[in-house]
Every structure is written in C-alpha cells, then in structure tokens.
Design a protein around this ligand. Structure first.
Ligand code: FAD
Ligand code: NAD
Length: 465
C-alpha cells in the first residue's frame, strides 16, 4: 500500500492549493517543497509568496505612497515637505509581509493535516518520490501532482550576477535606489519593477524587443498605459534588439539597435521557463515539449497514469490564480468528482499605477477571427468617484458579440482595475450579455459604475458620457 493518496511536489500557489483541496476531500496528502529562504528556513508559497506576486506588490504599494506624497498629496491640501524614503525599512516591511504569508501556508497545512516535507523531490518508478534535504526520505503515493513552477529565463549575453545584472529576485532586493536602471523586457515584471524603482527616483529605461507595447493587451488600453507610464518618467524603447551587455567600472553598458544605454543596474525580465531540474520526469516516462513544459491532457494528467502536472510547469498563462484553479480541478478529479476550469476567463493584471487588467478577447483577436462585435467604452474622467479620488486616468472597454450581445472581453486601464476586472470575469463565467451588466445596479459612487456605463455604451446609451 502506498504511503499517501497524493504527494504534491511544489508548494507554490498551484501546489499548496492542490494539497489543501486534496486534504479537504479526505485524501492522505503530503507536499514536498525545497524552498529555503535567506534565513536558511524552509518557506512555503513558492515563487508567488517568496519572490513574486506578494513581495512585488509590497514594494509597489510602498513606492506608490512615496510617489503620492511627493507628487499628488499637495492637491488634497496635504503638505509633505522633505519626504524621504528609507529603503531598509521598505525592504524589512516587504520581508515581514512575506514571512507572515509563508508561515500562514504552514498553518493551513497543519490545519488540514497535510504532511509538509522540506526537501528536493525526485521521481522514481511506481509513483515513488525520493526526497533529499532537510526531511530526506523515500515515499510513495497513489497519485502525484507535479507543481514545480518556473524560473527566470536568462539570456546568454546578459548572465545574471545579481550585483549588476539582476533577475526578478535580485530586482526585489535592491538596497539602494540606482541612479540609472535598465530593464530588458516590457512585460509584467519589467513594468511593475520598473515602476517601483522609477517612483523611488531611478531614471528607468525599458528595452522591449517587440514593436508593440503590451502586445497581448487591447490596443487602446495599451496606448493609454504607455502614454501614462511615459508621463511618470519611464522611458520605454520598443523594437530594441539587445546585441551586447558588458559590465565594467561599476556600470552596465547595453548595446541595442545601434544605440547604447549605460546604467548602474540592469534587470532582465524576458519571461520564465518551466522548472523540472533534477526531477527525473522524462526518465519515468513523462513527456516534455521542446521548451521543457510538462505535457498533460485535458485532465492535466501526464503520459504516466496517476501523475498530474499543474501551474507554471505546464505552460499557458504563468499566473498564480491559473495554477491554483488547476490545483483545485486536479484534486477534485483525483477524488472522482467532475471538475473543470475555464481558461477563457483567466484575468490578466499588470500592477502599474493605474493598473491594466483584462479578460477575454481583444478587438484585434476578434477581427482576425472575423467575429462581429460592438464596443462600449467609458473614461474614468467622467466617473464621479474617480474625480473625487483625484485619479481620473484611463477607461473601461466592454466588447460584446454583435449578434448575441454576449460579453467577449473587458479591458480596463484605471485605479483598482485588478479588483474591477473580477466583475467582468463573473459576468463572462455566467455567459452574461452586455445588457445583463447594463441592467445590474451598481452602487454610487464607485469605480465599478464605469463598467456599468461601458456596458450601457455597447448599446449606445451611456448616461454620463
Ligand atoms: P511556483 O510558485 O514557482 O512554485 C513552485 C515550487 O516548487 C517552489 O516552491 C519550488 O521551490 C518547488 N520545487 C521545484 N522543484 C522542486 C522539487 N524537485 N522538489 C521540491 N520542490 C520543488 N502571478 C500572478 O498571478 N500575479 C502577480 O501579481 C504575479 N507577480 C509576479 C511577480 C514576480 C516578480 C514574479 C517572478 C512572478 C509573478 N507572478 C505573478 C507569477 C507567479 O509567481 C507564478 O505564476 C506562480 O508562482 C506559479 O505558481 P506554481 O505553483 O506553478 O509555481
Ligand atoms: P513576460 O512574458 O510578461 O514579458 C517578457 C517581455 O520581454 C515580453 O514583452 C517580450 O517581448 C520581451 N522580451 C523577450 N526577450 C527579449 C529580449 N531579448 N530583448 C528585449 N525584450 C525581450 O515575462 P516577465 O515579465 O519576465 O514575467 C514572467 C512571468 O511572470 C509572466 O508569464 C507573467 O505573466 C508572470 N508575472 C505576472 C505578473 C502579474 O500577473 N501581474 C507580474 C509579474 C510576472
């Protein structure tokens, strides 16, 4: 008999959620994770809690307060002379937030009677897992869920040294505001961490290889966001082909598209790759694609029966909430329940200020699929609540099918877009029409009224614009 019903490998947002759901469903569950924090202690939560979503949002929040006090507080009558920023305190606060939340996962494991095993897992035949490290042991299970996540992509001409050339983890740990900061990649990490250090005083230049800014986003929203970020002081150079990076005399020189950029530190944020090092997945018959992502079927089962994979390691949107939902689905499938998740309604958010958020299709995708659509769009400048808040940048765009009126996509650039987008996700999950949203009563005054107005706009009947 196997030691466990389920062993989960990896305690990031995919793995720890899967483990909790398995335990809730009555399965004897163990979760193996190898993360060791800077204090030498095992730390659950994976990339997201330790060096991803959470610490980056802590720094975004701190840097936003600083920016607000310097640039915007005076308009509220608040005089903030000689505002200073203590980076050590900011970083200590970030570390505390991370510690509280990672310990919280350990508490949840205890509550759910999940065996938490600290160490590196290697797969062996017959669903055995060999763990080396703090809690070294060999264990077996009826089912295994692989949730080993991803790591930053390194480009050969700019190898990480985490002193001058930083990956996202190094970029979260900078202890002194660099005068000049370069970033390769204008994706979510480049824009978020670029914003943090720009708000704190760095001269930030972002080099993006593609000709379009945020190519995945709605074009109107991307254009507005690009313009606003430029106003905030971020230089974003598109079509930038980086050809060489050299470090000398405490400076980094980047050659790109016949130009040169000299900075004090360089962040490389060009994507993440699946993490299967030393897992021996291929050796036991699990198939990987040419980029190293574990291949799974619709039920997220690998080529080996009873071994599943979820989260960043299988590709798709590399987002915490996508991995968590896959964790829930796989746990329920293992328990014999019917379960599925809807990839069409995974929300995307970039936590700049204002935030960029979307769900569903963009106009450009609908055009190329030759689907007829109608658009309603409402600017936050016409929202009473946005005016009262003093934050009027951006707009909401609702895109609906021209024939059925079903909502096909919602795109937002605005304060709290990360929260507002959930209304659109729920609407789309329930296959709502723009008319359904338009007939839904929204509290006044709220930013969500902009979504209501944009839904009215699909039928040309906005009230406040
Ligand atoms: P991970 O979180 O990477 O966790 C995998 C875990 O498996 C790790 O703890 C690892 O140590 C462990 N592991 C790996 N191999 C083994 C092994 N052999 N044995 C034992 N343990 C192993 N996403 C969002 O949705 N919103 C955001 O705001 C956001 N911000 C981000 C900001 C930054 C700076 C970064 C880097 C990422 C951000 N992401 C964000 C992405 C998000 O962090 C990932 O999509 C998410 O963490 C993936 O979850 P996962 O569980 O698949 O893998
Ligand atoms: P990304 O894929 O979001 O963006 C990488 C960017 O780098 C792209 O725009 C790409 O065109 C560009 N690029 C690639 N190679 C380049 C090169 N050689 N020169 C110049 N530009 C180049 O990746 P990321 O920003 O590193 O983030 C990694 C993952 O983490 C993403 O999948 C992202 O979804 C996730 N993440 C999400 C959030 C969020 O949800 N808010 C925040 C941070 C990270």
């Amino acid at each position: 008999m196997a030691d466990y019903n389920v062993i989960v490998i990896g305690a990031g947002p995919a793995g720890y959620v899967a483990a909790i759901r398995c335990a809730q469903l009555g399965m004897k569950t163990a979760c193996v994770d190898k993360w060791i924090n800077s204090e030498g202690q095992a730390s659950l939560g994976g990339t997201c809690l330790n060096v991803g979503c959470i610490p980056s949002k802590a720094l975004l929040d701190s840097s936003h307060h600083y920016y607000f006090m310097q640039k915007q507080a005076a308009t509220h009558g608040i005089q903030c002379d000689n505002v200073t920023m203590d980076i050590t305190t900011m970083q200590a606060r970030k570390a505390e937030v991370v510690k509280t939340l990672t310990q919280g996962i350990a508490g949840l494991f205890k509550k759910n009677k999940i065996t938490s095993i600290a160490g590196t897992a290697k797969l062996a035949d017959n669903k055995q897992v060999i763990v080396t490290g703090i809690d070294g042991q060999t264990i077996s299970a009826d089912n295994i869920i692989i949730a080993t996540g991803s790591t930053p992509v390194q480009i050969p001409i700019a190898k990480f040294d985490n002193e001058f050339i930083l990956d996202s983890t190094g970029a979260l740990d900078i202890d002194k505001v660099p005068e000049r900061l370069g970033v390769i990649g204008a994706g979510a990490i480049g824009l978020e961490l670029g914003s943090v250090w720009s708000r704190l005083g760095s001269q930030v230049t972002i080099l993006e290889a593609l000709p379009e800014f945020l190519a995945m986003a709605d074009r109107k929203i991307a254009t507005l966001a690009q313009r606003e970020l430029k106003k905030q002081g971020l230089t974003i150079n598109l079509n930038a082909q980086v050809t060489s990076v050299t470090v000398a005399n405490d400076e980094v020189t980047i050659s790109y598209s016949d130009q040169q950029l000299v900075v004090d530190k360089l962040i490389v944020a060009v994507g993440r790759k699946p993490h299967t090092d030393n897992l021996a997945a291929a050796e036991i018959g699990i198939q990987l694609d040419e980029r190293g992502f574990i291949q799974v079927d619709e039920q997220r089962q690998t080529a080996v029966a009873g071994i599943y994979a979820i989260g960043d390691v299988i590709g798709g949107p590399m987002l915490a909430h996508k991995g968590s939902e896959e964790g829930v689905m796989v746990a329920e499938l293992i328990a014999g329940q019917k379960s599925e998740m809807s990839y069409a309604t995974v929300p995307f958010v970039v936590y700049t200020h204002p935030e960029i958020a979307w769900v569903g299709k963009t106009e450009q995708q609908l055009k190329s699929a030759e689907i007829e659509y109608k658009v309603g769009q409402f600017p936050f400048a016409a929202s009473g609540r946005a005016r009262a808040n003093g934050d009027i940048n951006g707009m909401v765009r609702v895109i609906a099918d021209a024939k059925t009126d079903n909502i096909l996509g919602v795109h937002i650039f605005g304060t709290n877009a990360s929260e507002l987008i959930t209304e659109a996700v729920v609407a789309m999950e329930l296959e709502a029409s723009a008319e359904d949203l338009a007939r839904t009563i929204h509290a006044h005054p709220t930013l969500a009224e902009a979504l209501h107005e944009a839904a009215l706009g699909v039928d040309g009947r906005m009230i406040h614009a």
